[in-house]
Ligand binder design. Sequence first.
Ligand code: ARG
Length: 292
Amino acid sequence: MKKYFALLLAGMMALSLAACGGSSAPASSEPAAETEAAEPAAEAEGTEAEAPAADTSAEIKTIEAGKLHMATNAAFPPYEMISDNGGFEGIDVEIATAIAQKLGLELVVDDMEFSSVITSVQGGKSDIAMAGLTVTEERKQNVDFTESYATGVQVIIVPEGSDIKTVDDLANDKMIGVQDGTTGYIYCSDTVENGGYGEDHVTSYPNGAMAIEALKGGKVDAVVIDNEPAKAFVAANEGLKILDTEYIVENYAIGISKENPALRDAVDAALKELIADGTVKTIVDKYINAGE
Ligand code: ARG
């Protein structure tokens, strides 16, 4: 029975690998080669380095002039969360701020339920969806994705002393809490034949924090969520632990409207520069302890 989760994960890996390959495959009209070709110029040393970013911002259109609206769900530490002073912080927020800066724009964080981030971008209400957002084939039908800037894996959180010791035990008539609209929801709610546990065994919450509250209150037996938020939630809440499971890697990327290829290219180029010059790594290391 352990196979279920393993198979399911293997299936997802195939999907996410396909998703990865897909972004550089010539199947779509994505000008991946163009973007890459333009990159060295943007990275040129000296005075020229400023010019490409400035040029780009002149061409790109955002929903509000001078602003870059980021659709997210700020209950997903360490990627996005509300800081003590009520502002937004986290890996995604800092990377997006750096991207906006490069494009001569000011970042505005639009906090919403996770299940709305893609539709917000599709509907022209936000410019980018950045929310620890996993690249999937299905989502690629709705938005374009940039280069991936981080990886995540789905893990299982249970109360200490739970009789759920391995992924096998999740199949024993347990109730699993997930965040609405996430890959965790998609995997777990799938049919048993497809490696899931069935809709009846899954309860969706608007965000991870609420799923964790439900777990603490005994309303669900386990929570399936991405590994870094899982670590943050377990560290902040006594009596919970993460099960050792067979992990599978998902890629996080930024989703952008298919109707705004200029913005997609500009954001993608800026992100690639920030990856190449080590900015992204510095931001990630600030929030996630090295060596973990
Ligand atoms: N990586 C998962 C997904 O894309 C979960 C992301 C949840 N993000 C958030 N900000 N709540 O489905």
